[in-house]
Design a protein around this ligand. Structure first.
Ligand code: GLC
Ligand code: CA
Length: 550
């Protein structure tokens, strides 16, 4: 795991990154074109969302063929070229493995539908209850029941996500063998990283039972058998190679399970994504609501994960953004008034934590949520389902759109903003998803010429490589009850690193514990000009600063 600690991973959403043939969809050639840009940023690995053959009902997380590149992204030869060219720049590639479900267009599902017993056993198919109702009362994570009629057999197949995403039956050893074969195929191609989609929901019980409402997730999440299968997958695929980086996407998981997944001694994964810190602007746990974020909860959750994973020798993925999340700048800061301060404060807060930082495309130039007012401007199935339920629940169009605008997954899936031309330099055609209006002033060209966010990211990445205290120091949260400042200390040997981040848009005065101000302090990095460390500190709007103490 040592090879992991000073690395920074860049997530790019292929569909929205860079289109080179004018069809409005980003492509592999487009990624190759921008490798210099990524090299300049200084990242070590690129995680790409799925580019396999897919009907795109869930933007590629619904896979028809795990062995083929979807022609809309390019060809296998182009992918091989990308792997090769990236390697020449010391950039590694991480592929997205969606192994909990396939698209219903996958050959396995089609053969199952056609009556082949062998393939029926690849999925989770159950009869209706005696009273004719669905096999269980479970709900799909994208809305509606989690069961759909399996052809005209009178039975139902399980889909925890979209109706076109049928859950695989991991209890069947044949299925597991096929899935490990897929991972091995991509290892052979030269992938050195894997992100495993919703990996902690693969372990459904043999006998499925109704939920009582709030226990539903626990019926299929983090079941003990998941750890056995992840260990098996490790043994049978990536574990046989040196220095492969793996990350599991863990839906609603716990620190306890996070440790089990990522403690190197257990031979499961390098690290995990957990999402609790990105639910602090949900009202009563409900995503499709409009409430300010709870800062103390945010701190408490990140502290719990930092301290907890450290204690159990686990390892966190550190991130604010991805293709499923609204832009953190819009969520936790003020990108209108303080675009630079907001972006750099959020970046520094997580880049100096213990774990592996991820940068999501556009974050390094301060991209924000777009301002789309009509539901037809959104493509994501989850957003459309949510809009419908919000309207059914009595919300007006405006009320519903206020929520969609803040929470839709498309807020981060919009095209990358390369320059100020029409369609932001992303495509010469019609983009598959609208470009944000602010691309005229938030874009790569402008940022590289005169911006301060991109250079700040470069610096944070460099610091992690230069300073073992950042890559490898211990973590301790301080000032946990402070209502405006996020503060922690990293420590290695005789050195301490004190990080202070202010999450609000006014000046804020607070008192630091004396142990920090009596030490010899050296300003290391901050998004305002250099300041001294004093017991009585005042932080400016969205200020972040780090001091080295000896
Ligand atoms: C993960 C992906 C998301 C997808 C879902 C179902 O959460 O990140 O985009 O919709 O899994 O595959
Ligand atoms: Ca294209």
């Amino acid at each position: 795991m040592e090879h992991l600690k000073d690395k920074v991973i860049y997530q790019l959403y292929p569909k929205s990154f860079n289109d080179t043939n004018g069809d409005g969809i980003g492509d592999i050639r487009g990624i190759i074109e921008k490798l210099d840009y990524l090299e300049q940023l200084g990242i070590d690995m690129i995680w790409m969302n799925p580019i396999f053959v897919s009907p795109q009902k869930d933007n590629g997380y619904d896979i028809t063929d795990y062995y083929q590149i979807d022609p809309m992204f390019g060809t296998m030869e182009e992918l091989e070229e990308l792997i090769q060219k990236a390697k020449e720049k010391n950039i590694e590639l991480m592929f997205d493995m969606v192994l909990n479900h396939t698209s219903i267009t996958h050959e396995w599902f089609q053969r199952a539908l056609a009556g082949e017993k062998k393939y029926q056993d690849f999925y989770i198919i159950r009869p209706a209850k005696e009273d004719g109702s669905l096999p269980t009362n479970w709900e799909s994570k994208f809305g509606g029941p989690a069961w759909e009629p399996f052809g005209d057999t009178g039975e139902y197949y399980l889909h925890l996500y979209d109706v076109t995403q049928a859950d695989l039956n991991w209890r069947n050893p044949e299925v597991r063998k096929e899935l490990y074969k897929i991972v091995n195929f991509w290892l052979e191609k030269g992938m050195t990283g894997f992100r495993f989609d919703v990996l902690n929901v693969i372990g459904k019980d043999e006998v499925l039972v109704d939920s009582t409402g709030d226990n539903e997730k626990s019926l299929y999440t983090d079941t003990p058998i998941v750890h056995e299968w992840v260990q098996e997958m490790n043994r049978e695929s990536f574990g046989a190679h040196e220095n492969i980086i793996t990350v599991g996407e863990m839906s609603s998981t716990t620190v306890e399970n996070g440790i089990l997944y990522s403690d190197p001694a257990r031979n499961e994964l390098s690290m995990i994504f957990s999402f609790h810190h990105l639910k602090v602007d949900y009202e009563n746990g409900e995503k499709w609501t409009d409430v300010p974020f709870d800062f103390l909860a945010l701190k408490q959750i990140l502290d719990e994960w930092q301290a907890g994973m450290q204690k159990g020798n686990g390892w966190n993925a550190l991130f604010w953004n991805n293709h499923d999340q609204p832009r953190a700048n819009s969520r936790f800061g003020d990108p209108e008034k303080y675009p630079y301060e907001t972006a750099t404060m959020l970046a520094q807060t997580i880049h100096l934590l213990r774990g592996t930082p991820y940068i999501y495309q556009g974050e390094e130039i301060g991209m924000t949520n777009p301002d789309f007012n009509d539901i037809s401007e959104y493509v994501d199935v989850e957003s459309h389902n949510a809009y419908e339920s919000l309207r059914l629940a009595g919300k007006t169009h405006e009320e519903a759109m206020t929520i969609i605008k803040q929470k839709s997954r498309d807020t981060s899936r919009i095209p990358m903003q390369w320059d100020s031309s029409l369609n932001a330099g992303f495509t010469t055609g019609t983009p598959w998803l609208k470009v944000a209006d602010n691309s005229s002033h938030i874009n790569v060209e402008k940022e590289l010429a005169e911006g301060r966010i991109f250079p700040y990211y470069q610096q944070l990445i460099r610091l992690r490589k230069e300073m073992p205290i950042i890559a490898d120091g211990s973590y301790e949260g301080i000032l946990l009850d402070d209502p405006e400042v996020f503060a922690y200390v990293r420590e290695k040997e005789d050195e301490k690193l004190l990080v202070l981040s202010h999450f609000y848009g006014t000046d804020y005065a607070f008192t630091l514990p004396e142990e920090f101000t009596t030490a010899e302090a050296k300003w290391l990095v901050g998004n305002y000009e250099e300041v001294p460390l004093t017991t009585e500190m005042t932080l400016r709007p969205y200020e972040t600063v780090a001091f080295l103490l000896e």
